[in-house]
Design a protein around this ligand. Sequence first.
Ligand code: AHR
Length: 666
Amino acid sequence: MKRTLALLALCCVWGAAATASAQPRITVQAGWPGAKIAPTMWGIFFEDINFGADGGLYAELIKNRSFEFPEGLMGWSKIAKTGSAGDIRVEEYPSNPGANAHFLRVQVEKAGQGFGISNEGFRGIGVQRSKLYRFTLRGRQTEGSPIVLRVEVVNADGRKLAEAKIGGFGDQWQKRTAWMQANTDEPKARLNIFFSGSGTIDLDMISLFPRDTWKNRENGLRADLVRMLADMKPGFLRFPGGCIVEGRNLEQRYQWKTTIGEPSERKLIINRWNTEFRHRLTPDYFQSFGLGFYEFFLLAEDIGAEPMPILNCGMACQFNTAELAPMEELGQYIQDALDLIEFANGPADSEWGRKRAEMGHPQPFGMKYLGVGNEQWGPQYIERYVPFAKAVKDKYPDIQLIAGCGSDATIFPNGPAEIAYLWEQWRKLDNVDIVDEHFYRQPDWFLENTDWYDDYPRTGPKLFVGEYAAQSRGVASPLNRNTLQCALYEAAFMIGMEHNADLVIMSCYAPLFGQADGWQWTPDMIWFDNLRVVGTCNYYVQKLFSLNRGDRVLPIQVTEAPKIDGDTQALQASSVYDETAKELILKVVNATGDAVETTVDIQGAAKVGSTAKVTTLRGESLQDVNTLDEPKRVAPIDSTQPVDSATFTYAFAPYSLTVLRLPVTQ
Ligand code: AHR
């Protein structure tokens, strides 16, 4: 109800009387284009949670490739078959206190029937039949008879799936490469390296990448996962999170400068999700930063998304240590932000622009947005935001700054009061362009609150719904599932965002990725294992909204809508106009279990086409989910619908999101 009133106010009253008809009616004013829809309206949120980067999007297949994990041999084991003798141990470079401080020393006394090392990958190593894999390492042999490495990928039974040999090591460090071709599909392989000869050999950066990464880049990303993102045509890419920006303490915060340059020189840190949840401890979760800020900017460029970095503003996660950088030390955080903007946008001969150019991208990335902190709150946040924002705006007035708004009020220490306090502050300042709100709530909340933004003031900062996802059980409960119900109710909420597109200019579901064996947080938009990927129902909702963004909101009224659970409107609709395609786009959520025969009335159009393109996302039950074994249980289905006049009847399928595109001349 609140929504209808606000809409009428917003869109000019165009005949407020609801039609008293038993059949639901959707009336769209095609001739009254309203607010512009920002190109950033539907975007994506990347965070290195759930093995999102290492073990996920980052295509490296070897865990702890440079022996920098605090337990130096984590992920590795020694192979000592009959008759063999030797030792392996992690050593420190005597003169290298940098990011890559360790290497593996292998002393081969007798090869016997096999002496070597084995890597378990990230819950296994995924290889695909006939595909090529690039094996690389750095090595030197300091003594003994020539040692030759036999590298093999094997399955759990020890069957060989791919093999290569490397020999001829000298006493100076040298990078070596060998190609391997897999003879079968295997999601849970291992990599073994056997040593023949005898003596001492030192190894480092032992790496295995598929050749077919996204765009075949050497330090590349998993092509199948990027494809899922590219197919969404997202308006922006938020990176790198999420709480990972903050760190459990400041030392473990995300520092972009340590994530660029040579991958071997990027300083590894523990992933903050490693120990976050007792029920999902992940002791082998670290951040190698192979997917760092340069790769982020490239990815955003590749998929046509605005890059949206979020930086730490001197505050560690307030759910953990809540450590604060003293105000006199804030300068380094601010400098990091200024340098990041130069790295992204500066000329190739500027200090940081040169580093970008040296990495292969002389052209600027054209970064426009910057998030200052993630889920921060309290006066300490304001205290830090103010000088941070001033310094950025003084030097780069065009950068749009995003301020946080704490966490979701329902899981927030002091609930709505904290959020109200933040909003009061943000409205007082003149350098907050966009405020980022988060919603992790039960599905019903999303359906019941499609009018959430209707009453927000129209002056002051714009809105970024920067993290949201319906939680089928409870916030971050390991029992949460990506049900159709969650997805449809989120779609209803997104319809509400679209009604408010004059205010809400960006939004994204969170988190993005979940590794089937290595996750900490659920639900997630895209699930994967070492070979497969599945888009959840939520993924398809996000994708349908993004592919059908449109340019202008059209006024819409829904009357005689069916109700569920007492008073909740179960038919939710929005409409936009696509100025390029000259199509009116209608998005409708039917949350009932029945088909809903509806009169669709397009008013004010000069001409309405005779065929509508229809895409329907529907299921048999609200509890339907897509899984890796059944990835398309709920997936969009395309059809066409003859339309004989500007007023027609359409039966919206049970439990569905329908996107209907109709040629319309305004
Ligand atoms: O999306 C998962 C986490 O939820 C994010 O890291 C954090 O910002 C939020 O609390």
